[in-house]
Ligand binder design. Structure first.
Ligand code: NIG
Length: 388
């Protein structure tokens, strides 16, 4: 069944030829976008929905979350807000809670958070393992994630479990753990940071994952400058995420590569780190994505709109740069071209704003501006106006 969405005041397509359109219309057929153009030229369809001048953009592509977890870390957050520094060690608290949870509890928690994200316009979401840290719990996390998320990443190398020997744990990750999860995931990631995995250990994990055909991602340069970015670029990772502390050499390496710099502003704020140097990256020519990093420790938000507003208001990204980074940029970080765009053949993932333009995402920060969401051609939300 074809659905015509018309009366679009501003349409962000992210397509180089289509650009940004005014007074536009989109036709959805099944799960795909079938037509995009001026409202006056729109073809007939089975159903017609007038969005009355609202802005439409691709659904958010959140390319970095950690949502297979149980438990709560409010106390750690409160301590941080009282001055305690964030460290990788907090991950172990969530590992204990996750191992103790049933499959049903983990799946329900994941679905609750993904639903929360979808109501705010997220239509494509990556999530990671990394709170299991043994073969059985990493494999079960991957299975649960694969049932719900668009993209799944293996992050057995998130933390050396307390009490374990680091080298033996890396052997396990590169051997039995990868064997168990590889059929369930598309990506492998490593937390290359002081307190987590050093350069040699990270390199071993990434190479072992690559040998099994997995795509690579890296958590790097979150808490200080380090080898994460260099390693990611050298190994051809699709993305290096965080990038809070970058040397000039890191920026140049990213600009000269296909590796996306995925910035996580909500995490920088929640861990009281400086905000990542988006302007330096963009001015050098690097590809930048924005993601939520939704997780119970360092960034407990699913709001991509909050990330976009922060990127514009505080990281000096333009509105168009930030919106691109949170849609097509996320898609690039996941090496996909079916999401993050509104053009014929793309997945019909649309986000209608309760606003006439995407500028309102930063102009009206903190205001819930999602008016309607379509994912795979299916409308997830209904109605545009709430009555008081
Ligand atoms: O991306 N950096 C490592 N992993 C997460 C933190 C997870 C946690 O603290 O539970 C992150 O910030």
């Amino acid at each position: 069944m074809a659905v015509l969405i018309t009366g679009i005041g501003e349409l962000t397509t992210n397509d180089a030829e289509l650009g940004k359109l005014r007074d536009a219309a989109v036709v959805i057929d099944g799960e795909e976008v079938a037509w995009v153009g001026a409202a006056a030229d729109a073809p007939d369809a089975d159903e017609r929905i007038d969005v009355e001048g609202r802005a439409v953009l691709p659904g958010w592509v959140d390319s970095h979350t950690h949502l297979v977890f149980a438990g709560d870390r409010t106390a750690e957050f409160e301590a941080r807000m009282a001055g305690k520094a964030y460290s990788a060690g907090g991950i172990a608290v969530t590992v204990d809670a996750t191992r103790s949870a049933s499959d049903e509890q983990l799946a329900a928690n994941l679905r609750r958070h993904v639903g929360e994200a979808a109501r705010q316009g997220t239509t494509c979401l990556e999530t990671k393992t990394g709170y299991g840290l043994n073969v059985e719990d990493e494999a079960r996390s991957a299975r649960i994630a694969a049932d719900v998320a668009d993209e799944v990443t293996f992050l057995g190398a998130h933390l050396v479990p307390p009490g374990a020997d680091a080298e033996s744990y890396v052997d396990l990750v590169c051997g039995d753990m990868l064997d168990a999860v590889a059929p369930l995931v598309r990506w492998a990631d490593v937390f290359c940071e002081t307190g987590a995995f050093d350069e040699a250990q990270s390199g071993r994990v990434l190479k072992a994952a690559r040998e099994r055909g997995l795509g690579l991602r890296v958590h790097g340069n979150q808490l200080g400058e380090g080898p994460g970015v260099r390693l990611a670029v050298e190994l051809g990772a699709a993305s290096v995420d965080h990038c809070t502390y970058l040397s000039e050499a890191d920026v140049e390496a990213l600009a000269a590569s296909d590796t996306v710099a995925t910035l996580l502003p909500a995490c920088d704020l929640s861990t009281r780190q400086p905000l990542a140097p988006a302007r330096r990256l963009l001015d050098a020519g690097a590809t930048v994505a924005l993601a939520s990093n939704a997780n119970p420790g360092s960034s407990y938000t699913t709001s991509m709109a909050f990330c976009v507003a922060t990127a514009v208001l505080q990281m000096r990204m333009t509105i168009d740069e930030a919106v691109w980074a949170a849609t097509a940029g996320g898609a690039r970080a996941l090496r996909r071209d079916d999401v993050g765009f509104v053009r014929p053949g793309a997945r019909a993932d649309l986000h209608v704003l309760e606003a006439p333009s995407t500028a309102h995402l930063a102009y009206r920060p903190g205001v819930p501006l999602t008016a309607a969401v379509w994912r795979r051609g299916k409308r997830l939300t209904s109605g545009f106006v709430s009555k008081w």
